[in-house]
Write a new protein. Structure first.
Length: 319
């Protein structure tokens, strides 16, 4: 019965659906290549998607470009979800072939790029639910931080782009009316070996598993790993003064600390009143050397003048 249902599902995939999936997949890889190019990736790699992204409104910040890549991947997840295995396997092979030809290896793949590759693979294997939920949650948080004027501008820009896409999509859908996926060219567009690419991905995925102890236990991360993450994702970090120990006598201890957005700020030991740092992505200033403190300030765009003159939530005084 299940096999019959899958066969029926295969027949109902239209040519337009297949074309949308292919374009969404290509768009995701195009944004990924743009992210690799702008993130300062140190390894030798090869661009494979024609017509690289050129947009006047981009500031070339890796975190912003990664956000656009995740938006494209979210769109791909929406159109490829619950599609038959033969279609998923087609795009998995294309992804593996792209990876093989890209020159990216497990030993030269930074953590942020590992995350991108694994998220793409999850979407292509119908395992993108957690990724989609995270992106939706972060989008809601970002919208909540916008001013009314920023929301209006973003809505207008999104509406304008969507309208243009809808106009073109309507005409294309009409041209492909009555055709099925068999009428659309779906051959592998990359020249790399999908068998070799699959092996490379397995090694990259294994690298993430090896480092999962440090990711799940933030205090085990090295200072260089923390600083690198701040450089690549400054929007996830802030310096703030918080209570690190409650006192029954009203003299609570406050400290300026480095905080990741995933931190548990209300995780206090009920007996001692102290904030639990173990397994928590909150870091005291004395953990870092003076040079490292300067690097963090620079990565967060905290000037020396701000450090000396202002007492605000983004300041780290290092005292």
């Amino acid at each position: 019965m299940k096999r019959q249902q899958q066969q029926q599902q295969q027949v109902t995939i239209s040519a337009y659906e297949m074309e949308v999936i292919q374009k969404s997949f290509t768009s995701t890889l195009r944004w990924l290549e743009h992210y690799i190019d702008k993130s300062g990736y140190s390894g030798d790699w090869q661009r494979q998607i024609p017509e690289p992204i050129k947009r006047q409104d981009l500031n070339d910040q890796p975190s912003e470009i990664k956000g656009f890549m995740e938006t494209a991947l979210l769109a791909l997840d929406g159109v490829i979800e619950d599609k038959p295995n033969f279609l998923l396997e087609n795009f998995q092979e294309q992804f593996y072939s792209w990876l093989d030809k890209s020159g990216i290896k497990a030993d030269n793949c930074p953590k942020e790029l590992v995350e991108c590759l694994i998220n793409i693979h999850k979407v292509l294997t119908n395992d993108g639910k957690e990724f989609a939920e995270r992106v939706d949650r972060e989008a809601d948080e970002n919208i909540a931080k916008m001013t009314l004027e920023e929301r209006r501008k973003n809505f207008y820009r999104t509406f304008t782009v969507a309208q243009k896409l809808m106009d073109g999509a309507g005409a294309r859908q009409k041209n492909l009316e009555g055709k099925t996926y068999k009428d659309v060219e779906t051959k592998n567009q990359f020249t790399g070996s999908h068998e070799q690419g699959k092996k490379i991905f397995g090694q990259i995925e294994g690298q993430q598993s090896t480092s999962s102890f440090r990711s799940n236990n933030p205090q085990q991360r090295t200072n260089s790993e923390i600083i690198q993450d701040i450089r690549q994702n400054p929007q996830n970090w802030r310096i703030d003064e918080i209570i690190t120990e409650f006192s029954n006598f009203g003299e609570n201890r406050q400290e300026n600390v480095l905080i990741h957005r995933s931190a548990r700020l209300d995780d206090y030991d009920q007996r001692t009143g102290k904030l639990n740092f173990d397994g928590n992505s909150i870091y005291r200033a004395n953990r870092f050397s003076t040079e490292e403190q300067t690097e963090i300030n620079q990565a967060l765009n905290i000037s020396q003048q701000q450090t000396q003159q202002q007492q605000t939530s983004y300041k780290w005084s290092w005292e």
